[in-house]
Design a binder for this molecule. Structure first.
Ligand code: NAG
Ligand code: NAG
Ligand code: NAG
Ligand code: NAG
Ligand code: NAG
Ligand code: NAG
Ligand code: NAG
Ligand code: NAG
Ligand code: NAG
Ligand code: NAG
Ligand code: NAG
Ligand code: NAG
Length: 465
């Protein structure tokens, strides 16, 4: 072979390795390699070439195979269109466990870190091949290295519209250190086809972010539908339907003593939650830190507040515990002494308004604020929840008391909450049947609201001894 033909062959090889990006000025078109080859080098190349004052379009039709992490940050004035395209993430668990990109929060990591200023992303299906993760993870919580599907990081003025996550590996979307982000017309579906559950398949988590609008979503999963974590401010969630999982969540917060968490001005409205564990829920860590050695599952002792939160216009269909405040969310873990009265997180000004529908058992709400921080300004307006049996005219099975349980403790100046039972400190997130009946509590049914609240607080003190 002559030197020239050798050079030609090398050039051709290089061309192939460089992937398939058609550039015309500031527009880059990405074409799939096919044959199971890795398309991530082409995708990264397109972002490098057209990510500044440009646009990137994925060819629709054939799937793109993503076999390596992607870090496409530092974009400006960029339009990304992958409507009609399907990005299929590889099933090489060992690779992802080693290479997923750090997201700073807890010890989590991500498969695709994306960010910039004035960025629009439209359309597309993100196929995380999550089943391999659900099977490999075997119901563990927060497995280090299991990647968040996509993370929007250090960004401003972002629109993501019409993106679907099919079988995300872990949380589908994480928004971190960003401001003015609109996430519209999206769907997340994390459904396991094996005996292993889809633990940690959150739809969206926000952290250290301001002005996030979430609208027109449908989420089917096995964990938080949408969760506002520390330093989420001005989050507005509207018109979201959640199936399974834990519904709309503030938290958990208060995990790390070094970094206080402030969550303020959050509105969830027009939300439908069906066949789920929870629906409209606030969870904080306890006040005394415990062992950090497991990723995300240890901690506590963080301070801060959760303030001005509204859950409005909720339709609830057969949810086990629709409404909850707990300040010792992970105290229920095995072998750990429950510590529910010490939280350093304050919770104030929380409203549940126009919340209607059916509960799976005989309980609608459990509101237990820590004795260290009784919660002021908690209120119900038009909260009407009945057990699914009662909704069809049947009695609650196996319990004498037939009215819905709304249990409270350590609320100050609560309004409109017909508390009829003391909320035990250690009442968990997971309710698996009717809550036992207690004659002491029953007598309080006829009492005035203030007496019941007082009783709840007094009982709280008594039972702590
Ligand atoms: C970000 O983009 C700007 C402008 O193109 C460039 O000068 C800078 O080096 C980039 N920074 C990084 C970290 O890539
Ligand atoms: C945002 O980016 C788009 C291109 O994606 C551009 O047309 C528009 O002018 C940019 N807006 C600003 C305020 O720079
Ligand atoms: C992503 O890329 C940027 C720019 O090259 C770099 O500064 C940053 O460290 C990378 N992030 C991660 C988590 O690797
Ligand atoms: C965030 O983006 C800005 C540019 O807008 C850049 O200067 C800064 O280095 C980025 N910070 C991090 C931590 O990536
Ligand atoms: C938010 O971002 C959008 C573009 O995504 C932009 O049109 C709008 O002006 C930004 N709003 C603010 C308050 O910066
Ligand atoms: C939400 O969906 C409705 C009906 O399809 C549509 O009119 C509206 O524009 C959507 N909202 C956004 C922000 O895309
Ligand atoms: C609500 O969102 C769904 C998609 O989840 C959409 O089909 C519907 O049109 C939206 N409704 C309104 C009024 O925006
Ligand atoms: C509220 O949500 C329901 C169920 O998703 C939807 O049908 C309706 O159009 C939504 N309305 C508004 C105003 O978003
Ligand atoms: C939240 O923001 C405050 C500053 O307002 C900062 O001190 C704290 O570390 C941040 N918390 C987290 C979890 O990043
Ligand atoms: C409380 O939050 C709502 C959004 O739900 C916002 O409109 C309102 O201005 C906030 N109130 C205060 C006092 O900040
Ligand atoms: C948890 O980890 C942080 C640093 O990551 C450390 O400062 C803190 O002391 C640890 N707490 C415990 C109880 O181990
Ligand atoms: C943090 O994650 C890395 C891998 O991503 C893992 O090796 C390490 O054990 C994790 N640390 C903790 C405390 O979970």
């Amino acid at each position: 072979m002559s030197l020239w033909s050798l050079a030609a062959v090398l050039l051709a090889l290089l061309w192939a390795v460089a992937g398939r990006v058609d550039q015309h000025g500031s527009l880059c078109r990405v074409l799939p390699e096919g044959d199971g080859q890795d398309d991530s080098p082409s995708i990264i190349e397109a972002f490098d070439k057209c990510g500044q004052d440009g646009s990137i379009a994925f060819e629709s039709g054939a799937p793109f195979s993503v076999q390596q992490v992607m870090n496409t940050t530092n974009l400006t004035n960029c339009d990304v269109d992958f409507s009609g395209a399907r990005l299929v993430f590889s099933t090489d668990v060992a690779y992802w466990l080693q290479h997923s990109l750090d997201v700073v929060f807890q010890n989590q990591s991500t498969a695709w870190l994306i960010g910039g200023h004035n960025l629009t992303i439209r359309g597309g299906i993100y196929d995380g091949n999550g089943q391999v993760w659900y099977d490999e993870n075997q119901n563990q919580s927060n497995q280090p290295g299991r990647p968040i599907s996509m993370t929007i990081y250090n960004s401003t003025d972002v629109v993501v519209d019409g993106l679907t996550f099919d079988q995300p590996q872990f949380w589908a979307l994480f928004v971190s250190y960003s401001r003015n982000v609109t996430l519209s017309n999206m769907a997340v579906s994390a459904v396991s086809k094996s005996q292993w559950r889809t633990v940690n398949s959150d739809g969206l988590d926000t952290w250290n972010s301001d002005q996030v609008l979430v609208t027109n979503w449908t989420v089917t999963n096995g964990d938080d539908c949408i969760a506002a974590k520390g330093n989420t401010t001005n989050l507005h969630v509207r018109n979201v339907t959640c199936h399974g999982g834990n519904g709309m969540t503030i938290g958990s917060v208060g995990q790390y003593p070094e970094t206080p968490d402030f969550v303020e001005n959050v509105l969830f409205e027009n939300i439908t939650v069906t066949d789920a564990i929870n629906a409209a829920f606030i969870k904080t860590w306890q006040g005394v830190p415990v062992d950090n050695s497991t990723n995300g599952d240890g901690g506590g002792g963080g301070s801060g507040y959760i303030k001005n939160i509204t859950f409005a216009d909720f339709i609830i269909n057969e949810v086990a515990l629709p409404i909850q405040i707990t300040q010792c969310i992970y105290s229920e873990r095995k072998g750990r002494k429950k510590d529910c009265e010490s939280s350093k997180m304050a919770i104030l000004d929380v409203a549940w308004r126009n919340v209607r529908g059916t509960t799976k058992y005989n309980i609608a709400a459990s509101l237990h604020c820590a004795a260290s921080h009784p919660c002021p300004g908690v209120r119900f307006e038009d909260v009407e929840l009945v057990s699914v049996n009662q909704s069809i005219g049947l009695p609650n099975y196996g319990v004498e008391r037939q009215d819905e349980i709304i249990q409270c403790a350590n609320l100050v100046d609560a309004a409109g909450i017909p508390c009829n039972k003391y909320a035990p400190a250690d009442f968990g997130q997971f309710v698996g049947g009717n809550v036992p009946f207690d004659y002491d509590d029953h007598q309080e049914n006829t009492a005035t609201l203030s007496t019941v609240l007082f009783k709840a607080q007094r009982l709280g003190r008594t039972r702590q001894r």
